[in-house]
Ligand binder design. Structure first.
Ligand SMILES: [Zn+2]
Length: 309
């Protein structure tokens, strides 16, 4: 673990606006995606200003849009890691058959290769929902690491409540509650093991897990760091107490200016109602605090060091 002390990562899951519209039961629009254009620009500008290399978990079907592909090429040119957040971002992926999973990952890997020239090394599951067949598929597709565990029972509970409340309304939510197991506090990073009985049960996987950071079970993510003042600041201080590598997970929505977003979505998203300048100020303060104590590296470097050490 000593090779890993002193490291921090900044990751972003490139969830487009359509996923949020689906979660809130809003009709889809065909215009350019503000999260993957204005929001992503803001993220890349922010990283450039701080000189830090991040990990971008990409939903690869969005790469068919030149506006998104072009920003990903910029990210590659600026030294960021492009990782996989599935091809279609289907929250039910954890329930698919091995054949469906293999096909989805092959498409996603090919789309990333077309942009970066190399296969992605990291995977993060839509909605953080993992399953044994999904882990098998990630391993078979040749990934080095997974980063889907958010060890936060508080997050799982809050999401379940939102989904339950939505399901009594007229517009069902497209998100999935998922298994609580992935949200239990645990140590990390670590080498994953196969679950279940039989010959292969308990065997070590050729796959490293880099969990997201949740000090005291509270998620250190954009929603808490950018969306709140004192609470987010205290979480950052707590996150820095561990000797393990830490990862701040963002979404483009955290950095998208509110005037780029349609009014119906703005009305239901409290996080977007926080003025953009204030959100950026909080993110800046957090990253400055972390950078004073640790070195920012892409998640792939953390995984490589863990494998080597
Ligand atoms: Zn996502």
């Amino acid at each position: 673990m000593s090779a890993l002390a002193g490291l921090a990562s900044l990751s972003i899951d490139l969830d487009g606006v359509r996923h949020y519209r689906a979660i809130h039961g809003l009709p889809q629009k065909s215009a350019d995606d503000p999260f993957l254009t204005a929001g992503l620009d803001c993220f890349l500008d922010f990283c450039a200003r701080f000189g830090l290399k991040a990990t971008l978990f990409t939903v690869t079907e969005d790469l068919q849009h030149e506006a998104v592909a072009q920003r990903l090429r910029r990210a590659v040119a600026e030294g960021h890691e492009i990782a996989c957040h599935s091809h279609r971002h289907d929250y039910a992926m954890s329930r698919w058959t091995p054949a469906q999973l293999g096909d989805e990952l092959a498409r996603s890997v090919a789309a990333i290769k077309a942009i970066t020239g190399a296969a992605p090394r990291g995977f993060r599951a839509p909605g953080y929902n993992l399953s044994e067949p999904l882990l098998d598929a990630i391993e078979n597709a040749g990934f080095l690491y997974d980063s889907s565990l958010l060890p936060s029972p508080a997050y799982w509970g809050a999401r379940g409540l939102v989904i339950a409340l939505k399901s009594v309304g007229a517009h069902p939510s497209a998100s999935l509650i998922g298994s609580p197991k992935g949200f239990l506090p645990q140590r990390g990073p670590f080498r994953l093991k196969r679950k279940g009985k039989g010959l292969r049960g308990g065997a070590r996987r050729n796959l490293i897990e880099l969990p997201m950071t949740a000090p005291m079970g509270l998620p250190w993510i954009g929603t808490t760091v950018v969306g709140s003042d004192q609470f987010g600041w205290q979480l950052t201080r707590l996150a820095l107490r561990t000797r393990r590598p830490i990862d701040l997970e963002l979404h483009p929505i955290d950095l998208t200016p509110e005037d780029a977003v349609d009014g119906d979505l703005l009305r239901v998203r409290k996080d977007l109602q926080v003025p953009h300048a204030l959100r950026m100020q909080r993110l800046e303060r957090c990253v400055e605090r972390v950078a004073a104590a640790r070195r920012f590296v892409p998640l792939e470097e953390v995984a490589q060091r863990l494998r080597a050490g």
